[in-house]
Design a protein around this ligand. Structure first.
Ligand SMILES: Cc1ncc(COP(=O)(O)O)c(C=O)c1O
Length: 506
């Protein structure tokens, strides 16, 4: 039996003084990092090989090192070798700049470390999460007595919407009998071809298979075709299949298109289908006064996925699912194992988030969302979101006035465009594939250059660049440099790679 005394030393413990010293240093370095962001390249110029050499190949250390030294080392690495989505000229994917209060919120949450799986383990954290859910619902015009919880991101939020719908609409006990209970009737889900890939992952991972998706075509604005949706549902019902869910997009991932949610709601009502809205990107824009009616119609959805780590500018990770009727969440996820002795909702006024979703132990990611909402207020958010959209519209205008660029779309805060050399006929087949190649290379060179960062979309087989502004640091000056930069790089690459038979056929 080893000997113990009352003076236990643990290598992970920090005395309050040491914590204060190390913490102040880290905070000082973060403040300088934030200050230096605009003058840094957006992305680091480094290869994987080089970075692996810097990190080193030494094996797991046997002995610990000084806290201050390893924090210094981590800060050095992070502040140098990262693609900075907080940079004012980062417009890639749908990844926002992060509100600094979120970093402080995460520090606070991790320091206290409440387990927000059950009320007993986290009384105040649970109530703050519940209030955050109500505030998010209120912000987008949804019922504030809805159910909901924080999750890691848009995929997970959509998965929860999907599983809740499946349980609510299956006509047998799917949690007990599984999919085998469906006999010959396939459960079917309807979504536009522009829907994010979470839908494939959901049907695949949860056993329906990708054939259970009825892909619906889109119009020239990338919105779902209502007539096709309606006729496919009708045909499937007549064939004895089991449609259960329609997915509407409140801001598609490629172009920010908003599906006609009003009409989709009518169709769902008529056919007893669950309307789930993927608002991971666009749902928060429903808060601004001039939001289109179709976006505001997300209030009719049975469930909505949203991403505070997108348009609430909360640091990763923060996703959220709202479900109109909270009891459907419990129906889909709750178990009461003997080793959990928590007061259930039925027994008293309590809320245990482990009953609402995938996780048992849960971190306090709601805190950074709650703090951000309190810091900016809904007016602050309306202004930041509207500014992003207006900047995107301005970007559309200045790209459109450049004779070397073709602009394909602008919706919410996404603008898509491509470079077309002025002496080339963009409509011939050969040229189409050359333009795709040219713009893909342009994208890589632009992003590697570190002056700005965008991503891409493919629209009607055209490879296009895509700038998505979910960035409260972007100014008009930042975006005004983009058309010229893209043109410059485009001309340079074109002069190097254009095949001889495509030389000046205009
Ligand atoms: C419309 C849409 N849905 C879902 C997702 C997935 O979100 P996450 O990356 O947070 O899992 C995204 C991500 O960009 C998205 O744009």
């Amino acid at each position: 039996m080893p000997e113990f005394n009352n003076e236990r030393t643990s290598p992970v413990e920090l005395s309050p003084d040491d914590f204060r010293k190390a913490g102040y240093k880290v905070v000082d370095r973060i403040a300088s990092f934030l200050d230096s962001l605009p003058s840094k390249p957006v992305s680091p110029e480094i290869t994987r090989d080089e970075l692996q050499k810097i990190i080193g190949i030494q094996s797991l250390p046997n002995r610990g090192e000084s806290t201050e030294k390893i924090l210094e080392q981590a800060a050095d690495l992070l502040f140098k070798y990262t693609t900075f989505n907080g940079h004012p000229k980062f417009w890639g994917y749908i990844t926002s700049s992060a509100a600094p209060i979120g970093a402080l919120g995460d520090l606070l949450a991790a320091s206290v470390n409440p387990n927000v799986g059950a009320w007993n383990l986290s009384p105040v954290a649970t109530e703050i999460e519940a209030q955050t859910i109500r505030w998010i619902a209120e912000m987008i015009g949804y019922r504030t007595d809805c159910g909901g919880l924080m999750v890691s991101g848009g995929n997970m939020a959509n998965f929860i919407g999907f599983l809740t719908a499946r349980k609510a609409k299956a006509k047998w006990d799917i949690r007990k009998e599984g999919l085998a209970g469906s006999k010959a009737h396939s459960l079917l889900v309807y979504a536009s071809k522009e829907t994010h890939t979470w839908i494939q992952k959901a049907v695949d991972l949860f056993g329906l298979g990708t054939d259970s998706i009825r892909w619906i075509s889109v119009d020239e604005k990338q919105k779902i075709l209502i007539d096709e949706l309606e006729s496919k549902i009708k045909a499937d019902k007549e064939n004895g299949q089991h449609p259960f869910m329609v997915v509407g997009n409140a801001g598609t991932v490629s172009t920010g298109a908003i599906d006609p949610l009003n009409k989709m709601y009518e169709i769902c009502k008529e056919n007893d289908l669950w309307l789930h809205v993927d608002g991971a990107y666009g749902a928060f824009a429903a808060a601004i006064p001039d939001a289109p009616d179709d976006l505001k119609a997300l209030k009719f959805a049975d469930s909505i996925a949203l991403d505070p780590h997108k348009w609430l500018y909360v640091p990763l990770e923060a996703g959220c699912i709202l479900v109109q009727n909270p009891s459907f969440l419990i129906d889909a996820f709750s178990y009461h194992p003997a080793y959990y002795n928590f007061i259930t909702e039925e027994e008293g006024s309590s809320i245990n988030y482990y009953e609402f979703g995938f996780q048992n132990s849960r971190g306090f990611r709601a805190l950074k969302v709650w703090l951000s909402l309190k810091q900016a207020g809904v007016d602050g958010y309306k202004k930041m979101i509207a500014d992003d959209i207006n900047l995107s519209k301005h970007l559309y205008k200045i790209l459109d006035s450049n004779p070397n660029l073709e602009v394909l779309s602008q919706s919410l805060s996404i603008t898509t465009f491509r470079f077309i050399p002025p002496d080339i006929d963009a409509n011939s087949n050969k040229v189409s594939s050359y333009l795709n190649d040219l713009n893909e290379k342009l994208l890589h060179q632009l992003n590697e250059g570190g002056e700005a960062f965008v991503s891409n979309a493919v629209i009607e087989e055209k490879f296009v660049l895509r700038a998505c502004i979910v960035n409260f640091r972007t100014t008009i000056e930042d975006i005004e440099m983009l058309p010229e930069l893209v043109t410059e790089i485009g001309i340079e690459i074109d002069s190097k790679i254009r095949p001889v038979d495509l030389k000046s056929n205009k």
